[in-house]
Design a protein around this ligand. Structure first.
Ligand code: FES
Length: 107
């Protein structure tokens, strides 16, 4: 099962282990990771599940699709090249050890 580290803006690390196939946003909510709101429930229509992928790991995660890319223009915190919507990332063994950084704000 892949393990992901969510890092809060203050540096606090939240380690989450979830089954392959689990959506990253759902893994965060299930483990009480602060800073993921997910108002739309995972439909890529609210941008309140915004995360920054660690720059060294954007390759394995892959790029956003067109719908996500448009929605990333509406994040509360600044959009960066590593910005993704966590509801659009499905965990796999390839992503074991993934580090994602939480933004300062989601709404
Ligand atoms: S939960 Fe709404 S865009 Fe991800």
């Amino acid at each position: 099962m892949p393990t992901v580290i969510f890092r809060s803006p203050d540096g606090t690390a939240h380690q989450v282990t979830a089954a392959s196939g689990t959506v990253l946003m759902q893994a965060a909510l299930a483990h009480g990771v602060p800073g993921i709101v997910a108002e739309c429930g995972g439909n890529a229509s609210c941008a309140t599940c915004h995360v920054y992928i660690d720059p060294a790991q954007t390759g394995p995660v892959g790029p956003p699709n067109d719908v996500e890319d448009e929605m990333l223009d509406f994040t509360a915190a600044e959009r960066r090249p590593t910005s993704r919507l966590s509801c659009q990332i499905r965990l796999s063994d390839t992503l074991d050890g993934l580090v994602v950084h939480l933004p300062e704000e989601q709404v």
